[in-house]
Design a protein around this ligand. Structure first.
Ligand code: DAH
Length: 336
């Protein structure tokens, strides 16, 4: 019998010497010390032992259990402290790896802001195609054939009849064709111009067109709407002026200027010493345009306006080169 105890002890010594993880130590507990483990089975056997040997057998089992339990506990502590030392190798005071979150491009933010302001003034939003026909881009906007006004905008022609739209004004025609007055809409979108690329112009950019047609619409409402927009966008202390201008699709036409962001009106290189920078074109819809969309020019009046989103953003943030918007230099984009 004693031999048997010695064998169990030897086996235990071997098992415990191989323990290296919390899982190993748990396996030892299950094998020797659990309810169905070796020690427990030995105690069960006590019943079958003849009376005269019971005392001795019981003593030996107790000794074996104490031996195993002691060594088991020591080893368990050792393993536990080792694993906590390992986890403390992670320095929680170090700054965490930064997760870089993307953000909206400054032009997207600008367009969203413009849209919100006009929506609050009662305008809905429409869009039209970038590939346009000569009819929508020029003819229905009262640009007569071979009229020099067509040269105002250098055009990418796709064919004789089709082109990349040079402005968002053709969407005015599309909106009026589909809707009876009153119409109050803004029309944002991408436009294309066959122009030399430099700090001030690019071959593609975005515009927002505006249109309001109703029974009696007048120029002072147009001014009121645009001034309200500009003040909300640039701030209440904004200074502005309207200058007479020419567009084939509006009569009378005007351009709106605001004080130069750089010199605050004193005159500098950016504003060509005038103190003013143009932000948009506008005017009362030319009655000829109404004829193309079957609106009665005797009954309806309208105003329209158009602005370049890049330009609007350049002026707000004091940026002096339009190309920077398209370079996607993360150092520039992160500033907004
Ligand atoms: N379409 C013009 C351009 O691209 C801008 C413009 C001027 C739009 C006057 C208008 C307007 O609706 O009334 O230069």
């Amino acid at each position: 019998m004693q031999e048997n105890f010695n064998q169990i002890q030897k086996e235990f010594d071997k098992d415990i010497s191989q323990v290296s993880s919390l899982n190993d130590i748990e396996q030892i507990r299950i094998k020797y010390l659990s309810r169905n483990g070796i020690i427990s089975n030995l105690f069960d056997k006590l019943r079958e032992i003849p009376k005269e040997n019971k005392r001795e057998f019981g003593k030996s089992v107790n000794e074996l259990r104490d031996y195993i339990t002691n060594i088991y506990e020591i080893k368990k502590k050792e393993i536990l402290s080792k694993s906590s030392q390992e986890s403390s190798k992670i320095d929680l005071t170090l700054p965490a790896n930064q997760i870089k979150i993307g953000s909206k491009h400054i032009l997207t933010q600008t367009l969203e802001e413009i849209k919100e302001i006009f929506k609050s003034l009662g305008f809905s939003v429409f869009e039209g195609p970038e590939l346009e026909s000569d009819y929508y881009n020029f003819e229905a906007l009262n640009f007569p054939d071979d009229h020099p006004a067509r040269d105002m905008q250098d055009t990418f022609f796709i064919s004789k009849k089709f082109l990349l739209r040079t402005h968002t004004s053709p969407v005015q025609i599309r909106v009026m064709e589909k809707n009876k007055p009153p119409v109050r809409a803004i029309m944002p979108g991408r436009v294309y111009r066959n122009e030399a690329i430099n700090a001030r112009s690019y071959c593609t950019f975005q515009q927002v067109e505006g249109l309001y047609v109703d029974k009696d619409v007048n120029f002072s409402e147009l001014k009121g709407t645009l001034v309200s927009f500009a003040k909300q966008f640039y701030g209440n202390d904004l200074k502005y002026r309207f200058r007479p201008s020419f567009f084939p699709f509006t009569e009378p036409s005007a351009e709106m200027d605001i004080t130069c962001f750089l010199c605050k009106g004193k005159g500098c290189k950016v504003c060509k010493n005038s103190g003013w920078l143009e932000i948009l074109g506008c005017g009362m819809v030319d009655p000829n345009v109404f004829k193309y969309v079957n609106y009665d020019p005797e009954e309806y009046l309208g105003y329209a306006f158009g602005m370049g989103i890049e330009r609007i953003a350049l002026l707000k943030y004091g940026i002096n080169d339009i190309r920077i918007f398209f370079e996607n230099d993360i150092r520039f984009l992160r500033q907004f």
